[in-house]
Design a protein around this ligand. Structure first.
Ligand code: AMP
Length: 468
């Protein structure tokens, strides 16, 4: 069954209002399959990845059922517990919940480690309707007596397979053991390893099984490229790209708010009309910026992940990852901002020596090796071996870039001559120059193959970088 309209789901009108305000028109496949069953109170086993709309698929029926049965939540209690493996995912769910649940005026809280617990404890003091948490900090606060589960009617375990990978399975079992027996259970996982299958079998009561493949079609329509570049040259490379004619409506992702502001100043200095949206801007300022971007007054919008979540703008020609995200899901979310409504789009990702581990994690998650564009003047030679090559964003490959490519190839061959003594004919082999770039500490995951050119080789390909 695929529903065409949210109104067919018989949800609380306040929730429908919130969805309309968020610009959601049609339920995604997981939403149309899961929501009707969840509204009947069934347990659910969802085989789905982030990016399929699963957050709304579980949040909407929970919020709806709560609204049908209003209750006073006691101090330290919560009516719904959502467990997520990482702080980023927990925040993302929390942000979505606030969007969907805003008109119901419920209290939501998000609990994760690595920060002071005071604010989290004070939010729990009056009780909350929905608590989103990562397992470690959740158990910590629960053991201190700051979280009580007697009123918990809904339990969601999100990304269960990742919980397993991250070693949370014992914590999860402890948490489940502390939940009331009468509750609705929802378990989501992208894959079904044995441990998760047996958890599902023992914890879910006659569950409905809903399986959806990620919206690969969108990702497939996106022309993805990776550009190896030193951190200090990223702004210059961005300016070069923005000068290209076909780059019309660009969303640039920056990891930090400060980074976003710095980029705005640098681009403006270069005469590029741009603006930033991030958490430090007021809602009114964000709305204003978005409408200027929508109308084309501003060609380039710089955003942080959280601020970009609500961006629903058609016709974005390019998404540029100025920094690679730490979470592979964020990469999928980010690039999904282009190629909307059946259109094509381009996603360019800048990758410096210290970001190779993130690139590796992204490629593992999307099961695709992103082609590398080597034709820009800031190209560094890191990790190009075994990587498909992209068509240049800077038009045709010129004689100069061809020469550059040949040089890279020669370098690659010379660095692997111990493994392959025969070099292709016609290529002059030189010994690689020793370089003094320090090996980043987070690259252990990238070492399985001897053929990978290590980041020590990530030096500029151009003889002399133009100063800016
Ligand atoms: P999720 O898989 O829940 O992380 O959702 C992926 C993205 O799709 C999020 O940015 C949501 O805001 C968005 N989304 C979820 N459901 C819909 C929908 N029915 N229509 C449009 N966007 C949606």
């Amino acid at each position: 069954m695929h529903l065409l309209d949210f109104s067919e789901l018989q949800l609380n009108p306040l929730l429908l209002e919130a969805l309309e305000a968020a610009g959601y028109k049609t339920p995604t496949p997981i939403q149309s399959q899961a929501i009707p069953q969840l509204l009947k109170g069934r347990d659910l086993l969802g085989i789905a990845q982030t990016g399929t709309g699963k957050t709304a698929a579980f949040s909407l029926p929970i919020l709806h059922q709560m609204s049908l049965n209003p209750l006073t939540v006691r101090p330290w209690h919560t009516r719904a517990l959502i467990l997520a493996p990482t702080r980023e995912l927990a925040i993302q769910i929390f942000e979505n919940l606030k969007v969907y649940g805003a008109p119901l005026q419920y209290r939501f809280s998000c609990i994760f480690g690595g920060v002071n617990q005071e604010k989290q404890v004070s939010e729990m003091k009056s009780g909350v309707e929905v608590l989103v948490a990562t397992p470690g900090r959740f158990l910590d606060l629960k053991n201190q007596g700051y979280i009580k589960l007697d009123q918990t009617e809904f339990f969601v375990l999100d990304e269960a397979d990742r919980m397993l990978d991250m070693g949370f399975i014992v914590d999860i079992k402890k948490i489940i053991a502390a939940l009331p027996l009468k509750r609705q259970n929802l378990l989501f996982s992208a894959t079904m390893p044995t441990d998760i299958a047996s958890l599902a079998q023992t914890q879910l009561v006659n569950p409905v099984k809903v399986e959806v493949t990620p919206q690969a079609t969108t990702v497939e329509r996106i022309d993805q490229k990776i550009l190896f570049v030193e951190s200090s040259k990223k702004s210059a490379l961005l300016c070069d790209i923005l000068r290209e004619e076909l780059v019309s409506h660009v969303l640039v992702f920056s990891r930090t708010k400060r980074g976003a502001d710095r980029l705005v100043s640098e681009l403006k200095r270069d005469g590029v009309a741009c603006d930033a949206i991030h958490g430090n801007k007021t809602q009114a300022a964000r709305e204003k910026t978005l409408s200027r971007f929508r109308s084309g007054q501003v060609k380039v919008l710089i955003a942080t992940d959280i601020a970009a979540r609500g961006i629903d703008v058609d016709g974005i020609s390019h998404v540029i990852n100025f920094d690679l995200p730490d979470e592979p899901e964020s990469y999928v979310h980010r690039i999904g901002r282009t190629a909307r409504a059946g259109k094509e789009g381009t996603a360019l990702s800048f990758c410096s020596a210290t970001e190779l581990a993130q690139l590796h994690a992204i490629e593992k998650a999307i099961r695709f090796k992103i082609p590398v564009d080597i034709s820009h003047q800031y190209h560094t030679r890191g990790a190009v071996v075994g990587r498909p090559q992209a068509v240049s964003i800077f038009g045709e490959i010129t004689e100069k870039t061809q020469l550059q490519k040949t040089k890279v190839l020669a370098e690659v061959v010379s660095q692997t001559t111990n493994l392959h003594p025969k070099a292709p004919k016609g290529i002059e082999i030189k010994s690689p120059k020793p370089v003094g770039v320090k090996m980043p500490t987070n690259l252990g995951a990238l070492r399985p193959s001897r053929r990978v050119i290590r980041p020590a080789a990530m030096v500029p390909n151009h003889p002399k970088t133009p100063s800016r």
